[in-house]
Design a protein around this ligand. Structure first.
Ligand code: NSS
Length: 431
């Protein structure tokens, strides 16, 4: 019996015999030597079996191993500068575990539809593994940052009686004899929770029945939604830039090998530090007009506008104070200019578009009630939310950050679909 370890930890066992358990990623052979590329979820390592050393029988077992068959390898850890991870295994014995016949994903190029049909297998490849690792590390960093600032994680419901962002784009389901919808945002519940716990955040899946087929849209995506009692718009923006900078710097220092596997140009991330540039919506419209865009005050930005605005900067940029009538009903008007609201969207660089939407919320009962009427929102669904303004209402602010868009930006992915383990897209519900 040898110590069982993982590829990530083989460096602790140089010169010793260890046991590794995993899958055969790839194999090369040159007659008397076989080079087995073993992967185990923590990395990939080359295991070398030499016929003269292991004998006929073990060598034969190695030669029968096929791509993605599972196996246990016993061997000696060698330090080797030429090896990808710096180590190699000299095989003493192998134990095949599960066979793999005609594995569909070969090491040649495949089309993206084929890969998405085989997403359950595609996630085994080093690039996809690296992306999932970075995603997990981003979630950890987000939670660490907020926990260290004494936020409390609160989980809003997935099944809701009404919408938080608007009345369209909802997934309708039957809830016994009632109508229910999959949550679009946990915000309203987080506002209630902020009045109970001060500073809170949620982290979970949200759903939007958006008929958009772009590289930035998923039907099911994860959102992290902090909400803070007594925070102004200014406090909110400051928190966001510190939050994003922390997450990016954390990934740079904890995911070096993953970013390398993905091929990310990390020089593009190193500059992500506070303060972030800030443009008002007015400035952004004026700038776009100067660039020759046919856009008027009161229009919302499209993806090309966002890309061009963000391209001017080496870090994310806030666009703040949008017109009241193109933003959600719950946003607090600017006291000096009620035609705009105290909100900010954060646009990521390099064309990744909006990653955060946030605002100060209306805390005045009468104004919120008026907004409900203007937007034809039924009081039976929203009464509880309005009631929060009746019992010790305070100014408060919050934001929502889309996890997949953040992962796509930090990893430099072409499309958000690779940022989710099993993406739900307009025409894809499989696997
Ligand atoms: O609609 S948002 O702009 N804002 C909200 O839902 C607020 N209720 C959040 C809050 O203040 N608590 O969405 C927030 C973010 C947005 O910036 C994107 O990064 C992401 O959620 N988002 C999406 N990601 C992927 N796919 C889709 N369809 C999508 N929609 C929004």
């Amino acid at each position: 019996m040898y110590p069982v370890t993982t590829i990530h930890h083989v460096g602790d066992y140089v010169g010793q015999t260890v046991t590794l358990r995993g899958w055969l990623y790839n194999k090369r052979s040159s007659g008397k030597i076989q080079f087995l590329q073993l992967r185990d979820g923590t990395g990939v390592i080359q295991c070398v079996a030499v016929k003269n050393e292991v004998g006929e029988e073990i060598f034969e077992k190695c030669s029968k191993l096929t791509q993605e068959s599972s196996l246990i390898v016993h061997g000696v850890v060698r330090q080797d500068e030429r090896a990808a991870g710096g180590y190699e295994i000299t095989v003493l014995d192998v134990e095949p575990v599960g066979e793999s016949v005609d594995y569909p994903i070969t090491l040649k190029e495949h089309g993206v539809d084929f890969l998405l049909d085989h997403r359950h297998l595609w996630i085994r490849t080093p690039r996809q593994r690296a992306i999932l690792k970075v995603r997990a590390e981003i979630m950890r960093a987000m939670a660490d940052f907020l926990d260290s600032r004494e936020f409390t994680r609160v989980d809003p419901p997935i099944l809701t009686p009404s919408s938080a962002e608007g009345t369209t784009e909802l997934f309708h389901i039957k809830y016994f004899d009632e109508d229910a919808y999959l949550t679009q945002s946990g915000q309203m519940y987080m506002e209630a929770a902020a009045m109970a716990l001060g500073k809170v955040y949620s982290m979970g899946p949200t759903f939007r029945a958006e008929k958009s087929k772009t590289r930035r849209h998923l039907i099911e995506f994860w959102m992290i939604e902090p909400e803070m009692a007594f925070y102004t718009h200014e406090d909110n923006v400051k928190l966001q830039e510190e939050f994003i900078s922390y997450v990016v710097q954390h990934v740079l220092s904890h995911c070096e090998s993953e970013l390398k596997t993905i091929g990310r140009d990390i020089s593009k991330l190193e500059s992500v530090k506070p303060p972030f540039p800030r443009l008002t919506y007015d400035d952004a419209i004026a700038w776009l007009q100067k660039q020759g865009h046919d856009i008027q005050w009161g229009d919302d930005f499209g993806a090309p506008h966002e890309t061009e605005l963000a391209e001017q900067f080496d870090r994310p940029v806030f666009i703040e104070k949008y017109p009241t009538n193109i933003k959600a009903f719950y946003m607090q008007p600017d006291p000096n200019r009620p035609e705009v609201v105290l909100c900010a969207d954060l646009l990521a660089p390099e064309g990744y578009g909006e990653i955060i939407g946030g605002s100060e919320r209306i805390h005045d009962y009468d104004l919120l009630k008026q907004r409900f009427e203007e937007h034809n929102l039924p009081e039976e669904s929203y009464g509880w939310y309005l009631e929060l303004r009746k019992y010790g209402s305070v100014p408060h602010s919050g934001f929502g950050i889309g996890l997949e868009r953040t992962v796509a930006w930090i990893c430099g992915l072409e499309h958000v679909r690779e940022a989710n383990p099993f993406p739900r897209m307009l025409y894809r519900l499989y696997p």
